[in-house]
Write a protein that binds this ligand. Structure first.
Ligand SMILES: NC(=O)c1ccc[n+]([C@@H]2O[C@H](COP(=O)([O-])OP(=O)(O)OC[C@H]3O[C@@H](n4cnc5c(N)ncnc54)[C@H](OP(=O)(O)O)[C@@H]3O)[C@@H](O)[C@H]2O)c1
Length: 241
């Protein structure tokens, strides 16, 4: 029996990009996967495709900036599949502008999605995991969590904060058998911070499947060890001139 058979996972932002790759990989490994995103049509399409080869999947439209949506999401997943073992806090947005040009709404969107949303979902998921005797929370951070950049104030702040949040939470829940990892990718070839389909594909970048492999491999690591922070970068980015 595969190690993920019978496990139940929630992937936030599991309808596109990295989250979609993670959801697909977890389904292939035998997990039941519940996805969310803000756009209900994309949720429906993702669930349909995840189920197309016999996978167990479901989902709902939820905005992780709202605590009530996160409570509903986690409860729906646990009720649909009988519990919760894995939470992948992946939903994230980027606004890249100098501080004096970021609107208050943009600031709230970035911090609300990338930081508060992770708190809301984790807070709701932990009691369900305790009932199972343990679980695994993966937080998709970024190398921007350690590398400040011009125009990155909102995004950097959200991801620096996310790393601190994640590493503190790891210590809160480790004796409940809940493992917590921060995954910090470099550039990944997705539509991040752009309209879906607007970006041209770039082959030197990481793929969503690279990040999904990290999630699956970390889950299978011996329970006695915890890779609490992973930096994953493209092996051959364009040389700096
Ligand atoms: N791409 C990169 O180079 C890169 C590098 C390092 C880290 N990351 C991180 O990886 C994560 C995923 O990025 P990605 O590149 O896969 O982005 P993406 O292609 O833009 O996908 C983002 C996903 O999150 C969902 N989402 C956005 N805001 C949401 C909200 N408020 N509530 C619920 N779902 C929401 C989107 O669906 P809807 O639009 O329908 O809501 C979509 O499913 C993010 O946390 C990002 O910071 C990305």
């Amino acid at each position: 029996m595969a190690q993920l058979d019978g496990k139940v996972a929630v992937v936030t932002g599991g309808t596109r990009g990295i989250g979609w790759s993670i959801a697909r990989a977890l389904v292939r490994e035998g997990a039941s996967v519940f996805v969310c995103g803000r756009d209900p049509r994309r949720v429906e399409a993702a669930v349909e495709e995840l189920r197309s080869n016999g996978g167990r999947a479901d989902g709902l439209a939820a905005d992780v900036r709202r605590h009530e949506d996160c409570r509903r999401l986690i409860a729906a997943a646990a009720e649909r599949f009988g519990g919760l073992d894995i939470l992948v806090n992946n939903a994230g947005v980027g606004v890249f502008k100098p501080v004096d040009q970021i609107s208050v709404e943009e600031w709230d969107e970035v911090i609300g999605t990338n930081l508060s949303g992770v708190f809301y979902c984790s807070r709701e998921a932990i009691p369900w995991m305790r009932r199972r005797g343990g679980g695994y929370i993966f937080n998709i951070s970024s190398l921007a969590a350690i590398n400040p950049m011009p125009g990155g104030a909102a995004y950097n702040a959200s991801k620096f904060g996310l790393n601190g949040f994640t590493e503190a939470m790891m210590q809160d829940v480790r004796y409940d058998g809940i493992r917590v990892s921060t995954i910090m990718p470099g550039s990944v070839d997705t539509d991040f911070a752009a309209e879906p389909g607007a970006k041209k594909r770039e082959t030197w970048k990481l793929t969503g499947d690279d990040i999904a492999k990290a999630v699956v491999d970390l889950y299978k690591y011996p329970k006695s060890s915890l890779a609490s922070r992973i930096e994953l970068r493209p092996s051959q980015p364009p040389r700096k001139k």
